[in-house]
Design a protein around this ligand. Structure first.
Ligand code: SF4
Length: 287
C-alpha cells in the first residue's frame, strides 16, 4: 500500500481522479500501426490479465474512493470472457455514474449491443480506415463490420462515439472517414492526429507534421456534419512524459495547455497498477 502524508502529517492513500480508464487486457485481435498502448514500449506494463475477482476488487476500491466514471478499454476489452460481468459490476457500483466501453467493434453482436443500451453502458469505437482498413488494423478485414456496428447502434437509439486517427497511412481518406462516420450514424466524432506514442515510437515518420494536421482539420471542418458533434485532438506527443529532444522538436506543442491527466482522469493498467496518463510508463502502487 502506498501511503501519502496529508497537510496535518497524517498518512492516507493517494487521492484518485473522478474518471478511471481501465485497461482490462493488453490482448488485441488487431495490430493497428498507430496503437498508443504503453506496453508496446514497456512490455512489463502488459502481460497476463488479472482475474475477474481482482478486477472487481479494483472497481470496488475505486468506487469507494470517489471514482464516478469508469471507461473500459484494452487492448480489446471484449476478448475477456468476463467483460460483461465486469461492466455489470461497474454499473451496480455506480448506478448513476458513467460506465462506458471502448471497443474495436469486431466482437460486438446485436445481443451485446442491446444489453449495453439496457445497462446504459456508453459505447465508443475506432474507424481506422476505409480503403486502408486492413493496413490500418493489421488484419485482412474491411471496414464494413465497423460501419455496420455504428449503423446498428444508431438504429437502436444507442449511438456510438467514433474516434478517427489520422496518420500518413490514411491521410488521403480523412474527409471520407469523417463523412462515413456521419452517414453511418455516429453519436459524436473525435478526429485525432496520430500520436508518436506506443507502437508509433517505432515509425514516427508515419505521423503527420503539425502543418499537415492543420490542413486535415481545415479540410474536415468544411464538410457537412449533419448535426453530429465533432472535435479534434491536437496532441501529437504526450506532454505528460519526458520526451526525447528530437521528438519534442518535431512533434511537441509549445502552446499545449496543462494536461488534465492525473487530475480529471487516471488509468489502471492490465497489471492493476495506476498511471496518471495513458502514455506515461511510470506506474504507482495506489492501494
Ligand atoms: S488501437 Fe485499439 S484496436 Fe488497434 S491494436 Fe491498439 S488496442 Fe487494438
Amino acid at each position: 500500500m502506498r501511503l501519502w502524508l496529508n497537510a496535518r502529517g497524517k498518512s492516507e492513500k493517494m487521492e484518485l481522479p473522478p474518471k478511471m480508464l481501465l485497461e482490462v487486457t493488453s490482448r488485441c485481435n488487431y495490430r493497428c500501426p498507430f496503437c498508443y498502448c504503453v506496453w508496446h514500449e514497456s512490455a512489463e506494463l502488459g502481460g497476463r490479465d488479472l482475474g475477474t475477482a481482482a478486477w472487481k476488487g479494483i472497481l470496488e476500491e475505486c468506487a469507494s474512493r470517489g471514482v464516478r466514471e469508469f471507461q473500459f478499454s484494452g487492448g480489446e476489452a471484449t476478448l475477456r470472457r468476463d467483460i460483461w460481468d465486469l461492466l455489470a459490476h461497474a454499473r451496480r457500483l455506480l448506478p448513476q455514474g458513467q460506465v462506458s466501453l471502448f471497443t474495436n467493434g469486431s466482437r460486438m453482436t446485436e445481443e451485446r449491443l442491446l444489453w449495453c443500451r439496457d445497462q446504459r453502458i456508453g459505447l465508443a469505437t475506432s474507424l481506422q480506415g476505409l480503403r486502408s482498413h486492413a493496413a490500418q488494423t493489421g488484419t485482412r478485414r474491411s471496414c464494413q463490420r465497423t460501419l455496420a456496428f455504428i449503423a446498428r447502434a444508431a438504429e437502436a437509439s444507442w449511438p456510438v462515439a467514433v474516434s478517427i486517427t489520422i496518420s500518413r497511412g490514411n491521410r488521403e481518406e480523412a474527409s471520407d472517414l469523417f463523412a462515413a462516420a456521419v452517414l453511418a450514424g455516429a453519436g459524436d466524432i473525435q478526429m485525432e492526429a496520430v500520436m508518436v506514442e506506443g507502437r508509433m515510437r517505432r515509425h514516427p515518420e508515419d505521423a503527420l507534421s503539425r502543418e499537415e494536421w492543420e490542413a486535415v482539420k481545415a479540410e474536415v471542418s468544411r464538410l457537412p456534419s449533419g448535426g453530429v458533434p465533432f472535435g479534434f485532438g491536437d496532441e501529437l506527443l504526450c506532454e505528460c512524459r519526458v520526451q526525447p529532444e528530437s521528438l519534442r522538436r518535431a512533434f511537441g506543442n509549445p502552446a499545449a495547455k496543462p494536461c488534465p491527466a492525473g487530475k480529471d482522469f487516471g488509468v489502471i493498467g492490465p497489471n492493476g497498477k495506476y498511471r496518471r496518463c495513458l502514455h506515461t510508463v511510470e506506474a504507482l502502487d495506489w492501494r
